[in-house]
Ligand binder design. Sequence first.
Ligand code: IPM
Ligand code: MN
Length: 359
Amino acid sequence: MHKIAVMPGDGTGPEVTAEAVKVLKAAASKFNFKVELTGFDFGGERYKRTGETLPDSAIEELRKFDAILLGAIGHPDVAPGILEKGILLKARFALDQYINLRPVKLFPGVETPLKDKKPEDIDFVVVRENSGDLYTGTGGITMKGTPHEVAVQSSVYSRFQVDRCLRYAFNYARKYGKKSRGLGKKNTLALSGKTNVLTYVYDLWERAFHEMGDKEFPDIAREYYHVDATTMWFVKNPEWFDIIVTGNMFGDIITDLGAMIQGGMGIAAGGNLNPEGVSMFEPIGGSAPKYTGQGVINPLAAICAAKMMLSTLGEEKAADAIEKAVMYVTSKKIKSLAAGRMGYSTSQVGDLVAEKVAE
Ligand code: IPM
Ligand code: MN
């Protein structure tokens, strides 16, 4: 029995989450496991009503679940930052979800803006550190509003944070890496950093990367790319990449580029993982207010988030079946991933995936 907290959130979040839940239930009955779903209404509407984002009591409540499935956070009537910080970042930090796992995979039939690139060329995973860096809020503003105003916001990393993220990434490369990416027979982990300028923080990352690699993961080949060059190669030679590990801020930026080359926000999913605790899975696209309630938004990203959740919960067969079903839908059924141009409604796309999973 897997106890799942479902937080549909704002905008199109509830519509796509309903389809992810539909597919989850189909997978549970096909692969003989049970899910117990509990809904939570945190989001913009509740904030407007009560002034509450994600209170400490909710965090304690969420700790009791095996995983959290999130729809989308973001409301047009709420100032930017309040819900992002109060709900999404609060959950990530309070539940110590220190890994943000973002697969970048071009599914068959999906259009990529990269000319001449095919599904076999775009298939990698970014392991984004999710607890430190510029996101810690270390810094402040002094002399605010005067001509001498100073703002500081620091990239902060402890060796502990870097090591636990690297260890996750190395183990991930060992388990899921695809061999022979030009480096002989070894699976490869690439570090993306900025050792030429951020000579404190990425010096720490680089040293920790090689020390751990030498000591604990001699079976994994190591590569290093500066982050700016990483974006260049994502566009020109995405086939070079397999598993990439990076800090929180760089990971945020490069995974938006990753989402675009895999076909856009209609398909991109991510997991906020605490491998020792409660993890949270989300489509990374946001709440898309202008499409809310029309039944035209693409639910595949939310369905892929549910797939990642099942894989983390150890239901690998069900996760594989969902991914295959999504591939069937992208290659044989829908015309486009774009909202309103799929050729099907949101719930029809959910039906197509669920029916394929049940087959
Ligand atoms: C993401 C988002 C968040 C982030 C925002 C909404 C706080 O961009 O999940 O990538 O910066 O991490
Ligand atoms: Mn982002």
